[in-house]
Design a protein around this ligand. Structure first.
Ligand code: GDP
Ligand code: IMO
Ligand code: MG
Length: 424
């Protein structure tokens, strides 16, 4: 058995797509197990830039199998569009992609409701991606969701859909005339989904279990990041799935095991898109410089990402709850020529100094970060591919983080392209 889990250790957009793409070269199967098309995983190959929202990033490696497991909420239109775009570019998807029949589907009414609830929440809104994620997971928990297997028998499905739409119209004020809740509209939509996607449906729990039982390399691609976890993130400003390592087992339907490697992807600074607390956020410079140099705009929504220094308090928490063995540190090139580089090592909260991330998230907006300064470097490091050739202050920053986190940094990413990676 050879298994690797890649998990985001911050608020998403750490560069998971790039790291998964690199590791996928040596894997056989790449699996998405949670989240949905809220993800935006960017991969830059010799043939250009790809942004994957639902298909595992391994799809760009042509001989690999890719799995969308049952924990993902599947937006069928997104699967169809991503598949068509890749096939147009000569990347074959059919025969390599496997979708769980138990995966819940995102219907157009879920996307409508995502926006509808965000508007109603007014100043309490989450700043979602409006991809229907919250409403689709809500329906899963409420047992009013629709799964691929529901579409197999049209008569049975019609009954179920009729009841679900009726329930929604009776319980949500203001949606009665929306076409998204019309029975015929949804039946037609479901028929198109069935025709387009049923051939991909398989028992992915069995597929993954069988692969893990023999010497097949399975790479699990986490989406979002630890601090967006629905239970252990900065609630209520989170996504609606378990983004942490623990989400893997329920999301795949496999027995719990410890992956051979759990790689935590960590950006050399911090970003966040959407609402919610962010202790090390910097308004103005150098946060604006990070955004410009790092191209920190959402891969899914295009929204500017809030930027700030690396937060070791939050990172140590992420390393702990995910059982991370080593770190892939990304976007280190962005910190060149930034002057002094700060790293938050503790929070001051009133008269208390906190080393641990607060369990009560209401504390977080009242936490003032306490910083350690590192000397910066001016050199462009994006052409360097040997750790020993990095400027001395860059190496001091890396070893300083290793000491502060009690963890090994194994991969150092110095640019978006595949070859911009240093293995330490
Ligand atoms: P993900 O959601 O974790 O996969 O990350 P995103 O794709 O949303 O955002 C990461 C962005 O940083 C993308 O535009 C990547 O192309 C880019 N990127 C990844 N690694 C590096 C790096 O080491 N340096 C730079 N400058 N950009 C990087
Ligand atoms: P990747 O996989 C960054 C954020 C949204 C919002 C909150 C809830 O690319 O790292 P949702 O649409 O999930 O209900 O939104 O979560 N969010 C992400 N932020 N990267 C992501 O994915 C995200 N997926 C969701 O901005 O704050
Ligand atoms: Mg992203």
């Amino acid at each position: 058995m050879s298994s690797t889990l890649v998990v985001g250790c911050q608020w998403g957009d750490e560069g998971k797509g790039k790291i998964v793409d690199i590791l996928a070269e040596k894997a056989d199967i790449i699996v998405r197990f949670q989240g949905g098309a809220n993800a935006g995983h960017t991969v830059l190959t010799d043939s250009g830039q790809y942004i994957l929202h639902l298909l595992p990033s391994g799809i760009l490696r042509e001989s690999k199998k890719c799995v969308i497991a049952s924990g993902v909420v599947v937006d069928p239109e997104q699967v169809v569009n991503e598949t068509a775009e890749l096939e147009k570019l000569g990347i074959k998807v059919k025969g390599r992609l496997f979708i769980s029949g138990k995966a819940h589907l995102v219907f157009p009414y879920h996307k409508f409701l995502d926006g509808y609830y965000e508007n109603l929440k007014q100043c309490h809104h989450i700043g979602t991606t409006k991809r229907g994620i919250g409403p689709a997971y809500t329906d899963r928990a409420a047992r009013t969701g629709i799964r691929m297997y529901d579409l197999v028998d049209e008569n049975r499905f019609k009954d179920r859909l009729d009841y679900i739409l009726d329930l929604k119209k009776k319980s949500i004020i203001g949606i009665k005339d929306q076409v998204e809740f019309d029975l015929q509209f949804n039946l037609d939509y479901a028929r198109r989904v069935r025709d387009a996607l049923m051939d991909y449906v398989t028992d992915t729990s069995l597929l993954i279990s069988d692969a893990l039982a023999v010497d097949t390399g399975v790479l699990f691609e986490g989406a979002q990041g630890t601090l967006l976890d629905v239970d252990h993130g900065t609630s209520p400003y989170t996504t609606s799935s378990n983004t942490i390592a623990g989400g893997l087992y329920a999301g795949c339907g496999i027995s719990p095991f410890i992956p051979d490697k759990t790689i935590g992807v960590v950006k050399a600074y911090t970003t966040r898109v959407g609402e919610g607390p962010f202790p090390t956020q910097i308004d103005g410079d150098p946060g604006d410089v990070m955004r410009d140099k790092g191209g920190e705009f959402g891969a899914t929504t295009g929204r500017p990402r809030r930027c700030g220094w690396l937060d070791m308090v939050a990172l140590r928490y992420a390393l702990r709850i995910n059982g991370v063995n080593s770190i892939a540190l990304t976007k280190l090139d962005v910190l060149s020529a930034m002057g002094k580089i700060k790293v938050c090592t503790a929070y001051r909260c009133g008269s208390t100094v906190l080393d641990e991330f607060p369990d009560d998230i209401y504390t977080l907006p009242h936490c003032e970060p306490l910083y350690t300064d590192f000397d910066g470097w001016d050199e462009d490091i994006s052409e360097i591919n040997d750790y020993n050739n990095l400027p001395v202050n860059t190496r001091k920053y890396i070893t300083g983080l290793e000491e502060l986190g009690g963890i090994r940094i194994k991969y150092i990413s110095t640019g978006p392209a595949r070859d911009k990676i240093i293995i330490k």
